[in-house]
Structure formats: structure tokens, C-alpha cells
Ligand binder design. Structure first.
Ligand SMILES: CC(=O)N[C@H]1[C@@H](OP(=O)(O)OP(=O)(O)OC[C@H]2O[C@@H](n3ccc(=O)[nH]c3=O)[C@H](O)[C@@H]2O)O[C@H](CO)[C@@H](O)[C@@H]1O
Ligand SMILES: C=C(OP(=O)(O)O)C(=O)O
Length: 431
């Protein structure tokens, strides 16, 4: 199992290229199941989750052509050509789904295209129970018959999916994506009210439109979809990763550094930039990206995670680390997931002063974090430990790096190019 060694205390300076968004790329790849023609996706990031989705799609009979980079794209990401010939394979097995919850996003497309799908229940994970009840009951409202058997979702719609007016009982990114994809090929009109509005959903909707789908209300919480008979070939470039952008923005701030993040956009991280500005961090838009620098003291700011456009839960752990070295106290409230403070005990081992009370954490800033061996528990918690390590005095060793590889491409290379002392130890003995 790999580990990451970091020697903290370097001011990071330089430039980091932001990759395509993992959380946009995964649904976009699933969307290839909706058409027998080729979906060409560019700016795909180099991540384990993308490999996992590739394996799942191959399992479902999708031909995946990997075409290297697109020189005209302006991005460094990979280009995949995904062709879902009409092979009718409809089983997403446990062995793949257990590695990545986003696998459940194949269910809507399978039902819409083939009228059936058998997808392993994803189960919970370190950050919460994460049920898929909202996905299932919404698909039922479109005429799907669904049973749970031996850990699998067995779904069928022998007469095809029918348009429906669905009001989601709570905002769910995955349920909005699954239903949006399903509705593109359903009979008649579907209205999705109380939809999630994350930029990754807008990206999916825009790609579906490029494939011939009829969607109105893109970017709003009400999506109106007129089902069509078939979708066709399209080419689409994945939007920049706003969470990778925010994470490296924190790296610049916490080290008193100055980093230009290229291939990304300020409007994607507005709520994060707002918090950072209140905290005393400088952020400005530059050509092809943003510049983040910090040359003064940091100030504690309160944060509440909520659905987009509010502050994203996927930036909560990283922002908490910034607060651990800011002046004063901050209250961080996590309203999306019930168990997303797993990084707190590890940060405390590095000298942070954080107290968790239910869904809120009180962070009291300290002068200096100190390096320690720590254990990563989930993707963003892992990044928070890397960020803490960059600011800490001495050496930090982050164990269980496989979480990071799900969501951060070339992490050590990107950070060391800005002066970080960071190294991966390959195949360290199991902890
Ligand atoms: C691959 C991907 O894009 N992952 C993102 C997606 O996850 P994901 O799509 O799983 O997150 P959701 O928006 O669905 O979850 C939000 C909340 O709704 C609950 N819920 C969700 C569905 C359901 O059927 N029943 C239910 O109770 C969840 O447990 C959670 O408490 O959005 C999250 C919230 O922005 C992000 O943290 C994840 O990084
Ligand atoms: C929680 C995340 O991902 P997933 O939904 O794939 O677990 C994340 O990207 O922070």
C-alpha cells in the first residue's frame, strides 16, 4: 500500500494545471449507454475512478477507445470514445460497484435504453449511509418495477419508461443525474423539480443536448425533458474540476504561497472563493484560470455545507484545515452527510484544536501544526491531511493513499512543481 511523505513549511509558488472534473466525467461516461453511436469525451482526468467506470462500461458491452490527448482541446486530459453497441448486457456487478458509488449512475441509462438493469446496491461508505431510495422511487414514478434481491437492485420497465412529474424529496446530485439520463429516452415529458444544480449536472445536461436530448431549465432546479426516440453521436469536453481547484487554492493559502491554477474558472468556486476572501486570502481571475496568494494572517470564518450554489461538502475537510491555523474560532456545519468529520481525529494528532458537536465542529486556530503519521479515511479527508502536512512543521506520512488516487491526478507532481517536498513511497507494508 502506498504512502505519501510530506515535509511541511515550504511556501508554494508556481502553476498547477487543473484536470477535468471527476464528478462530471463519471455521469458523462454513463451517458454513453444511452446511444448506439459514439460519445467522444475529452479532458477526462487520470484517476482510478475513471478506470473503474471504464471497467464497468466494458462489463456492460461498451467499446472504449482511448485516443490519448486532444491537441485542440487546450487541456491535457485524455480522450475516450465510448460506443454502446446494442449488446443488451445490463448487470453492474458488486465487485465494481463496491469500489465506486457513482456506478449506480448506469441504472437510469440501462432502464431507458434496454428496459432493464441489475445493479449492485452501492452500500454506505466512510462519510455516511448514502442510500439510493430517491433514485429508485423516482424511477418507479416513471413506470419502472424495482425489487431488491440479494444486494442487487433488479429493475425493469418492460413497456419503456414514461414521462412523469417528479419532485425530489431532498436535493440529490446522483438522483438528478440518473433521472435526467433516464428521461431523455422516456415516452413524453418529464419534469424534475427540486433538482440539484451543481455545475456537473449542467455539464451532463449540455452533453445530453449535444447528443440530441431535449432539455429545458438547464442550471435551474426544475428540469423539463421531452423524451426522444434515440440519441446520437457527440463530442464533449469535461468541465474543470472545481474541487481540485479549491483544494489547491487552499494549498496556496495555507503555505502563504502564490499559485496560478490554469484550465479552471473562478465562477465554479464562487462560494469557496467567498469564504477564502473573508479569511484573508487573495484570489483573482487571470487568463485561463485563477491566481491565489496569501501574504497576511488568516482569519477564522464560519462555514455551512449545502447544495450548490452554497458551500460544497466536498471542500469541507480542506477548508477546515485552513481554519485550524487561522486566527480565532470558526464553526463548520456539515449539512449534507451525517459522518463527514473523519479527518478531525487525525488533524487533532497534528495539533489542531477541533471539537465536534453533532453536525458542527468548532475549530480554534493554533499557531502551528506538527507533522505526524496519519490515516486517510476518504477522498477529501485524505486531501485535508496532505494540506495539513504542507503547513505542518516536520514530516507527515499519509497512509491509505488509494483514496487520493480516486480523485486527485498526479498529486505529488503538481505540488512538487510548486516547491512542496512530497514523495510517494510505493508498496509500503500494510498498516
Ligand atoms: C460522484 C459524485 O458526483 N459524487 C458527489 C455526489 O454524491 P451523491 O450523488 O452520492 O450525493 P447526493 O447529492 O445524492 O447526496 C446528498 C444527500 O442525500 C442523501 N440521499 C441521496 C440519494 C438518495 O437516494 N437518498 C438519500 O438520502 C445522501 O445520503 C446525502 O446525505 O454529490 C455529493 C453532494 O454534493 C458529493 O459529496 C459527491 O462528491
Ligand atoms: C464523495 C465524493 O465522491 P463519491 O461520491 O464518488 O464517493 C467526492 O468526490 O468527494
Amino acid at each position: 500500500m502506498d504512502r505519501i511523505h510530506i515535509r511541511g513549511g515550504q511556501r508554494l509558488r508556481g502553476s498547477i494545471r487543473i484536470g477535468g472534473a471527476k464528478n462530471a466525467a463519471l455521469p458523462l461516461m454513463a451517458a454513453s449507454l444511452l446511444s448506439e453511436e459514439t460519445l467522444t469525451l475529452s479532458n477526462l482526468p487520470h484517476l482510478v475512478d475513471i478506470t473503474t467506470m471504464t471497467h464497468l462500461l466494458a462489463e456492460l458491452g461498451v467499446e472504449v477507445g482511448m485516443n490519448g490527448h486532444n491537441p485542440n482541446d487546450g487541456h491535457m486530459g485524455r480522450v475516450f470514445e465510448l460506443t454502446a453497441h446494442d449488446v443488451g448486457k445490463t448487470v453492474a456487478p458488486y465487485e465494481v460497484v463496491r469500489r465506486m458509488r457513482a456506478s449506480v449512475l448506469v441504472l437510469g441509462p440501462l432502464l431507458a435504453r434496454y428496459g432493464k438493469g441489475k445493479v449492485s446496491l452501492p452500500g454506505g461508505c466512510a462519510i455516511g449511509t448514502r442510500p439510493v431510495d430517491i433514485h429508485l422511487s423516482a424511477l418507479e414514478q416513471m413506470g419502472a418495477e424495482i425489487e431488491l434481491q440479494e444486494g442487487y437492485i433488479m429493475a425493469q420497465a418492460p413497456d419503456g419508461l414514461k414521462g412523469a412529474h417528479i419532485t425530489f424529496p431532498m436535493v440529490s446530485v446522483g438522483a438528478t443525474e440518473n433521472l435526467l439520463m433516464a428521461a431523455t429516452l422516456a415516452e413524453g415529458e418529464t419534469i424534475l423539480s427540486n433538482s440539484a444544480r451543481e455545475p456537473e449536472i449542467t455539464d451532463l445536461a449540455n452533453c445530453l443536448v449535444a447528443m440530441g436530448a431535449k432539455i429545458e431549465g438547464i442550471g435551474s432546479d426544475t428540469l423539463r425533458i421531452q423524451g426522444v426516440e434515440k440519441l446520437h453521436a457527440a463530442e464533449y469536453s469535461v468541465l474543470p474540476d472545481r474541487i481540485e481547484t479549491g483544494s489547491y487554492a487552499v494549498a496556496a493559502a495555507i503555505t502563504g504561497g502564490d499559485i496560478t491554477l490554469t484550465g479552471t474558472r473562478l465562477d465554479l468556486i464562487e462560494s469557496v472563493a467567498e469564504v477564502m476572501a473573508k479569511c484573508g486570502v487573495n484570489i483573482e481571475e487571470v487568463e485561463d484560470g485563477i491566481r491565489v496568494w496569501c501574504d497576511g494572517p488568516l482569519k477564522g470564518v464560519d462555514i455551512m455545507t449545502e447544495p450548490y450554489p452554497a458551500f460544497p461538502t466536498d471542500m469541507q475537510a480542506q477548508m477546515m484545515v485552513l481554519m485550524t491555523v487561522a486566527n480565532g474560532a470558526s464553526m463548520i456545519t456539515e449539512s449534507i452527510f451525517e459522518n463527514r468529520f473523519m479527518h478531525v481525529p487525525e488533524l487533532s494528532r497534528m495539533g489542531a484544536d477541533v471539537n465536534v458537536h453533532g453536525r458542527s465542529a468548532i475549530v480554534r486556530g493554533v499557531d502551528q501544526l506538527s507533522g505526524a503519521p496519519v490515516m486517510a479515511t476518504d477522498l477529501r479527508a485524505s486531501m485535508s491531511l496532505v494540506l495539513a502536512g504542507l503547513a505542518a512543521e516536520g514530516e507527515t506520512i499519509v497512509n491509505r493513499v488509494y483514496h487520493l488516487d480516486r480523485g486527485y491526478e498526479a498529486l505529488e507532481q503538481k505540488l512538487s512543481a510548486c516547491g512542496a517536498i512530497i514523495e510517494r513511497e510505493k508498496g509500503a507494508p500494510a498498516e
